[in-house]
Design a protein around this ligand. Structure first.
Ligand code: NCD
Length: 396
């Protein structure tokens, strides 16, 4: 029996009509896909994350944060491996005082007694106030959101659903933390905390450079076809004016940019180009020297069929690996990101690169904790109380 059957007719609709159902009164009700992260919402969440960081620097700020959601409980239902997403959500919950519980191995749940996953979800919603979930099944999180909406219509208990990674499809909260990291990297202006503008110095070498996420060239390198983080981040960035994207992947059907995403990005006005090496010639100069941001990814071997596995064994991955020499040729302000985990055998980013100031991936992972806390503040609608806590701290 197809447990998603009651909702499959809802899956093949335009994303705009779906997303209306995932929000309420101008706020997110569930977060299922990256198209929900509009520029306005991204700004709101990033500024909320900044506030949480500031409060977390002080003991009394931490106490106030821990009070915000201390009456709530979260279920982390992660049936696919995870280190960072799981732990950063858990840490985010702990910062805000939520109690966390987890199911990671369905063999320890009644799913071994042939309970359907949809029944598991409904049980979680009986005991907890939010469900944060990761699954290999592409549409599972989306169907759970529909289940919760249906329960709400029937005036039964219903809780928000967060998609923390669905198949090779979407990973919207990763896109949120990637965006936050990029936004901070491209904030060259003078800041309220007294940090001077870097723009005048940078303009000497890069006269056209401006602050902000728009008007930039992003390179995505590695497994473009199956990397859900690439798909979600590209969707988020496509909303900004003047965006160019270079997709750099081995010339293999499974790894290349898929046609749906290509068409979607082009429709959004993004300039899209595809290459098969970081050294590709772009208007007379190597690609690696011309980009404003580099997003590296690993080859997602868990999605390989036996034949793909043997075909991929034959590939030369050198053109997709970062080296110290390549990093030295990247623009001086250009952040290098990776959603992690990096593949320690392939070595798409060798550890020698970690000390370069452009290497953002560890900072990026920590940012995940702050923006996920901001997302919880938004979903539970306690931003006003957060701001009151900050005003209280400033007074004391
Ligand atoms: C990514 C994922 O799970 O999609 N990891 C993460 O959440 N940071 C990337 C990956 O597994 O390659």
């Amino acid at each position: 029996m197809d447990e998603f059957a009651p909702f499959t007719s809802k899956l093949n609709r335009p994303i705009e009509s779906k997303n209306v159902e995932f929000q309420r009164l101008g706020r997110l009700k569930h977060i299922i896909n990256a198209a929900q992260l509009t520029p306005e919402l991204l700004q709101t969440l990033c500024r909320t994350a900044d506030t949480i960081r500031r409060l977390a620097k002080h003991r009394s700020g931490n106490d106030a944060l821990r009070n915000l959601l201390s009456d709530k409980r979260a279920m982390l239902y992660f049936t696919q491996p995870s280190t960072r997403t799981f732990l950063s959500f858990m840490a985010a919950c702990q910062i805000l005082g939520l109690t966390c519980n987890e199911v990671r191995d369905p063999k320890t749940s009644s799913e071994v007694k042939r309970e359907s996953r949809m029944d598991s979800i409904r049980m979680f919603s009986s005991y907890f106030d939010i469900i944060i979930m990761r699954s290999l099944a592409k549409d599972f999180a989306e169907c759970c959101a529909y289940l919760m909406n249906r329960l709400e219509e029937q005036e039964k208990r219903s809780v928000p659903v967060i998609n923390a990674g669905s198949g090779s499809d979407e990973h919207p909260t990763q896109a949120l933390l990637d965006y936050y990291t990029i936004d901070r990297s491209f904030d060259f202006d003078e800041r309220t905390d007294g940090v001077e503008s870097r723009l005048p110095d940078l303009k000497a070498d890069y006269p056209d450079l401006i602050s902000g996420v728009g008007h930039k060239t992003y390179a995505f390198c590695g497994d473009i076809g199956r990397g859900r983080t690439v798909r979600s981040l590209a969707r988020v960035l496509s909303q900004f004016p003047g965006t160019s994207m270079f997709f750099v992947s081995p010339d293999h059907e499974a790894l290349k940019l898929d046609n749906d995403l290509r068409q979607e990005l082009i429709r959004q006005g993004v300039s899209v180009q595809e290459f098969d090496t970081l050294e590709a010639d772009v208007n007379g100069r190597p690609l690696i020297e011309q980009i404003d941001c580099l997003y590296m990814t690993r080859i997602q071997r868990e999605h390989n069929s036996e034949s793909t596995e043997s075909e991929l064994q034959q590939l030369d991955l050198e053109p997709f690996r970062l080296t110290v020499d390549r990093v030295n040729r990247v623009k001086s302000y250009a952040p290098i990101l990776h959603p992690f985990p990096r593949d320690s055998v392939v070595g798409e980013i060798p550890v020698e690169v970690d000390s370069d100031p452009r290497a953002m991936y560890f900072r990026q992972a920590r940012n995940g904790m702050w923006v996920r806390a901001a997302l919880l503040v938004h979903l539970f609608d306690v931003a006003d109380r957060l701001h009151e806590a900050e005003v209280g701290l400033l007074r004391s």
